[in-house]
Design a binder for this molecule. Sequence first.
Ligand code: SF4
Length: 501
Amino acid sequence: MNTERKDSHVASKKKPSSTHLSKTLFMKGLQCHKALYLEKYSPELKGELDANTQQRMAGGHEVGEYAHELFPGGIEVPYDGLDYSEQLEMTQNEIRKGTKTIYEAAFSFDGIFVKLDIINKTPKGWDIYEVKAANDVKDHYLNDLSLQYYVATKAGLPVRKAHLVHLNRAYIRKGKIDPEKLFIVEEMTSEVKENQAFIAENVGELKEMLVGAEPVIDIGKHCEEPYECGFQDHCRAHLPKKDSIFDLCGSKEIKFELYYEGFLGMDDLPLPRLEARQRFQVEAHLGKKQIINKTGVKDFLDSLSYPLCFFDFETFQLPIPPFNGTYPYQKIPFQYSLHIIERKGTRPKHYEYLAEPGKDPREEIAKRMYSEIPANACVLAYHKSFETGILTNLKGWFPKYAKKMDGIIDNMKDLQAPFAKRHVYHWKMQGSASLKTVLPALIPEMTYDGMEVSHGGEAQEAYFEMCSATDPAHIRKALFEYCKQDTLAMVKLLEKLYKMI
Ligand code: SF4
């Protein structure tokens, strides 16, 4: 047990100089004082945003544009080309002029600058709208909207009602996007008013914190809730690079409990306090073990038949449904890789598809699968619920292929099963049965390291990049290589299972 905490979360002596806040900074400070402090004074310590977060932010902008159509004809106070004071001035000018609807209206009070997505004038005061690119109202949105209300009212705007606007997951696109149906508007005025004391108190606390030394705050569940904190590498620098307590599978509660007692790595954990699957992982780790349940593996292999297909989809998700028949954040396939082994012992043949930039790929995918996957073939996927979900969507979009899709779903087997059920476990799998951990543990020569696209999030990002690139050839190549690697990895894993028995 290591009770020594290294320096990553020890307070620095650096003296701060600014207590100005924006809504984003305020929300960050509510999540963790240290995160706000670091964001203000040491932003260089932040890790890069992952592909999904970047995509979410880009999608959020488009959602905002569509939300403006709920109140057409408004005037926008732009971010670009105007500094803060010019944005404030423009907002006040528009209010004075009698403009009915203002998008991105800017207000400031007590050093807090906020932009309100939409403000709309009524005879009894202004209605404010905060737009979220999400399908549901999340708890922390109340604080977000409450801060907007707090600053706008303190700055002199007579607010009548406060609203959250979010996406409607039941909206199915038919032709042009219909903003009235795409969004759900929820009035939250009374909740926001009740929350004002909390906001005022926290504004005061955060400002006071920002003129002191860096807060000493240890990592915890707050690092991921409600947002993934970008300073985790910095705050976790005292943990072992490999086999840390957080590489354990299972319950976070137990992991944090042990961490706070001083356990940083996996080598000296009190086994009786762990969940069964965590104990299994630690025992395998300590003994550097590979565990094979031959009966379990054999039963799985006996359930397969030929022709045998290895199949993998890549998908993207967007808040604004891009095609007819799709809803917000529905997974849309844009690529697949397929290896087919006709008879046991024969070499696999490879088939693949990648959408052309800007084209709706769905029907082409259904059509090609129809012709390429043999009737009654046994189809292997890795974590098959993902693939069956997409097949079900394809069936709904194109009923003429429904029988084929049903056939594939019925004959689909999950190659993850023998690893998830621990029929095969290697200590390097670190308690996980995902392809990205199983493959390097069992077939180290087949690695994703160094590939331009190396996981699903990057594939989605590369697809969007490809769609806007003037010369997309190298991105297409990287996508083809990545997806092919996924099904080839499945072929090799199956060979490995046969060798094991
Ligand atoms: S990683 Fe956790 S402790 Fe560190 S700043 Fe972020 S939220 Fe705070």
